[in-house]
Design a protein around this ligand. Structure first.
Ligand code: TYD
Length: 212
């Protein structure tokens, strides 16, 4: 596939969505054809799924949650991500399969093998070329996420998890970094936006020069 697939990951409140916008802006200015998207919610079906299971007060069974994230991802991969990559675009997704490994695997406690199987069928094996993980201390993440609870529209069920849950999620992300250091880069995201953006630009710059 001709394009490049970059994903952004981080625990809630890590500032990754702001960083994604900044990077996409930079790349577009340099003439790249960039598609940005987010999971869950990058397709019309994904937006409906998001409302149905993330922005709801209803108790959602963890298995239903796992499969709904997977359904959203299958739709996304087949109708948005793969076609864009085939057209040579740079696709940047706010979250992807690593989020399922971290949140549903480590967070909810599903067996790693099962989670990996679900990811594999949902993505048809499509892996990111580069993943940036925005790492911040759990306390900071919880503070930022709880600030969001007031903003009616951004509130979702996952924002209400406790510190243990986020600690498990963060550890799972860091284990992926140990396993796949070439693809999965950890960025200290606790500093000011510009500083973090500099780090992003450096890593992405290196990534593109290594692909030439
Ligand atoms: P979102 O509002 O997009 O939050 P954020 O800005 O923090 O990314 O909500 C996405 C939530 O869904 C987030 O708490 C992580 C969770 N999630 C999973 O649990 N599994 C997944 O596979 C994905 C993609 C997201």
């Amino acid at each position: 596939m001709a394009g490049k697939f970059i994903t952004f990951e981080g625990i809630d409140g890590s500032g990754k969505s702001t960083q994604l916008r900044l990077l996409a802006g930079d790349l577009r200015m340099r003439g790249y054809d960039v598609l940005t998207t987010l999971q869950p919610g990058g397709t019309p079906l994904g937006r409906r799924l998001r409302e149905a299971f993330l922005e709801t007060e209803e108790t959602v069974h963890p298995m239903a949650e796992l499969l709904l994230f997977a359904a959203d991802r299958a739709q996304h991969v087949n109708f948005l991500i793969k076609p864009a990559l085939q057209e040579g675009k740079i696709v940047i997704s706010d979250r992807y399969a690593d989020a399922t490994a971290a949140y549903q695997g480590a967070g909810r406690g599903f067996d790693e093998k099962l989670v990996n199987q679900v990811i594999k069928v949902a993505t048809d094996g499509l892996k990111p070329d580069l993943t940036l993980f925005f790492d911040i201390p759990i306390e900071k993440a919880i503070m930022r996420a709880s600030g969001r609870l007031d903003e009616e529209t951004k509130q979702n069920r996952m924002d209400r998890e406790d510190a243990d849950f986020y600690a498990r999620v963060r550890d799972a992300y860091l284990r992926i970094a140990d396993r796949e250091p070439r693809r999965f880069k950890v960025i200290d995201a606790s500093g000011p936006i510009n500083e973090v953006h500099q780090k992003v630009a450096e890593i992405v710059g290196e990534f593109f020069s290594s692909k030439k």
